[in-house]
Design a protein around this ligand. Structure first.
Ligand SMILES: Nc1ncnc2c1ncn2[C@@H]1O[C@H](COP(=O)(O)OP(=O)(O)OP(=O)(O)O)[C@@H](O)[C@H]1O
Length: 278
């Protein structure tokens, strides 16, 4: 297994945030981590990328315990996409993407392989050719997110971790970003672990989903196994309509506003619980 997590727990100041988390990820797979606010998704990602230390349990990456890697070693094959990791001002798009190569430079700041061509390919893939000399502070949120992904691509990782990559993006840019990541995953056999709030994107783009609730794993499985009305209601406290995507057959959810349904006489409350009338 590429990643093996065994009975992982995390406490902050004696408050338990993650309890007995176990799962594994195969090389080349995309695992989506979903769950409500505060369920522990970001904390799990921080433990998996070595940013936070575990309280109990074991994380094995490529057959080795995570504590046995040093930071620079990990940075050569593990990348984390975070928007706030971009430098605030003063750098052009091209310079920022080149920064992804830092882990491969020697102590003089030189790299032995010619990476200029790689940077050109990435600029092109991310649709950033025309913006390569633009300073970061003059980019929109969507453009900055593409630069952030470009920087992680330059790192040529084997494992990519993403925390809410589509936040602040409009639907066009959400699909564009997720498509680029999926293409990259399939072309390079990249392993992807992504925290996602949008369950429809998670169902479309992830091979498997891990559903967290109150710091525990409720279920792991294919999108069909996880995006089910009963599980979503249990964890999120709202009853969605789950439908099959008309083209891909994958589960997609439609939200039901309770107040609207009640007003229209389509639902009523029974014993404190909303029931949708057929
Ligand atoms: N450094 C910390 N110190 C203390 N508590 C923390 C720390 N980091 C996270 N927590 C707590 O751990 C819990 C889980 O937080 P986490 O950010 O992992 O949840 P999440 O599922 O990513 O939430 P969201 O969807 O709202 O981003 C929260 O109650 C949070 O307050």
């Amino acid at each position: 297994m590429f990643i093996e997590v065994d009975r992982l727990s995390k406490r902050f100041d004696n408050q338990s945030v993650l309890e007995e988390i176990s799962f594994s990820v195969k090389r080349g797979e995309c695992l989506g981590i979903i769950g409500p606010n505060g369920s522990g998704k970001s904390t799990l990602l921080k433990l998996l990328s070595g940013v936070e230390s575990t309280t109990a349990g074991r994380i094995e990456l490529k057959g080795k315990q995570i504590e046995q890697y040093n930071r620079k070693e990990l940075a050569k094959w593990l990348a984390v996409l975070q928007q706030e990791s971009l430098p605030p001002i003063g750098f052009t798009v091209r310079e920022v993407i080149e920064m992804g190569r830092f882990p491969f430079q020697n102590w003089l700041g030189e790299e032995t392989t010619d990476f200029e061509r790689l940077i050109d390919v990435i600029l092109n893939k991310m649709g950033l050719d025309d913006l390569s000399d633009r300073h970061l502070e003059y980019l929109s949120g969507g453009e900055r997110q593409r630069v952030a992904l470009g920087k992680t691509m330059a790192q040529q990782p084997e494992l990519l971790m993403l925390d809410e990559p589509t936040t602040y993006l409009d639907i066009g840019h959400q699909v564009l970003l997720m498509d680029r990541i999926r293409e990259w995953q399939l072309e390079e056999d990249l392993t992807v672990i992504s925290v996602l709030h949008d369950l429809n994107l998670a169902a479309l783009y992830c091979d498997r989903l891990l559903l967290l609730h109150n710091g525990r794993v409720v279920a792991t499985g294919s999108p069909e196994d996880i995006i089910r009305t009963d599980l979503i209601e249990e964890v999120y406290g709202t009853v969605p309509i789950v439908m099959k995507h008309p083209v891909y057959g994958l589960p997609q959810i439609i939200l039901q506003g309770e107040s609207f349904a009640q007003r229209k006489g389509l639902a009523k409350k029974r014993q404190g619980k909303m029931e949708i009338l057929q």
